[in-house]
Design a protein around this ligand. Structure first.
Ligand SMILES: [Zn+2]
Length: 321
């Protein structure tokens, strides 16, 4: 059997899986939360989950060849350097070389959504298409691109940063929100689950009226996209206005992506999108009205099929060196 080892390094945990490269099936998966996010500690935890996953699959990491690793951040693919990973608090961390040294073997690093897009292309919702945009909204907003059947990473490996495209400028009359990347007015600063929860807490704390307050047990600290979705369904005025605003932002971003790239499929996933059908419905209406007619006629919007496993599967089967 042809097996590969994939790693998915997020902001809160790291997963490693041994994957059957011919079917995409998970042979063994291990996950560990990240308590200490220093590069050294994350390297040690990652090596631990890699060894545990290999052991659970009855093998050794050295027998599985090059390891693929998707990281929630901007990644210089050729060097394995993580330029900016807000959720890990990393800037210019040579994680690829650190991990390769600790594992004693080759590592290929890509953005986590690039890995997920590759996974969906080979074994998931993008199968059979050669031009695909994957849009995931979870704690952040990410995008992976397949163009002409190839993973598109740009000149330095940082293409597809849809979450950091700007949707609000300082001249707009409304102060743009600051993103975790440090810049102002990014899409992620509005739509990402972490930013969204922060904004709802802030607005309810300032006295905004909404049933969301009664929906979250344990106080506003636990508010999230799911509570807004539930309030929206009940017609809560605050939630309706928020979803209309964010659905438009998401829909316009996807519409522009489709007009620009002419994909055959847009795969939607991540915790916020899979848990908030009303938000997706509003965004889809905007996609239908704002996408160039000719590009719209050739694209289908589909939900992710591999879900949380897309990144780890894609990482295990990455092409190239
Ligand atoms: Zn940003």
């Amino acid at each position: 059997m042809d097996r590969g080892l994939g790693i998915d390094l997020g902001g809160t945990n790291v997963r490693a899986a041994v994957v059957d490269r011919s079917t995409g099936a998970l042979m063994a998966v291990q996950r560990e939360p990240l308590v200490d996010r220093s590069p050294e500690a994350v390297t040690a935890v990652t090596v631990g989950v890699v060894r545990a996953a290999a052991k659970a699959a009855g093998t050794d990491p050295s027998a599985l060849g090059r390891v693929g690793c998707g990281v929630a951040g901007q990644c210089l693919g050729d060097t394995g350097t993580v330029i900016n990973a807000p959720n890990l608090g990393w800037r210019d961390v040579p994680f690829g070389p650190m991990l390769a040294k600790a594992l004693g073997g080759a590592v290929r690093m890509v953005n986590d959504l690039s890995a997920a897009a590759w996974g969906e292309l080979q074994f998931g919702a993008a199968r059979g298409a050669s031009d695909v945009a994957l849009v995931f909204v979870g704690s952040g907003v990410g995008c992976g691109l397949i163009l002409g059947g190839q993973l598109h990473q740009g000149a330095g490996g940082i293409a597809g940063e849809l979450g950091h495209t700007k949707v609000q400028t300082e001249s707009g009359g409304v102060a743009p929100r600051r993103c975790g990347c440090g810049e102002l007015g990014c899409l992620e600063a509005y739509l990402g689950g972490v930013a969204l929860a922060g904004r709802v807490r802030e607005e309810l704390g300032r006295g905004a009226v909404s049933s969301i307050r009664d929906r979250v047990e344990g106080g506003l600290g636990r508010v999230g996209a799911a509570a807004v979705e539930a309030a929206y369904v009940q017609g809560d005025t605050y939630a309706v206005a928020l979803w209309e605003e964010l659905g438009e932002l998401l829909g316009m971003a996807i519409a522009n992506l489709i007009t620009l790239l002419n994909p055959a499929r847009v795969v939607l996933g991540g915790g916020v999108l899979s848990g908030c059908p009303s938000l997706v419905e509003i965004a889809t209406r905007w996609v239908q009205s704002a996408t160039s007619r000719s590009a719209l006629a050739q694209v289908t919007l589909v939900p992710s099929r591999l879900g949380d496993d897309a990144g780890v599967i894609g990482a295990a089967i990455l092409p190239g060196r």
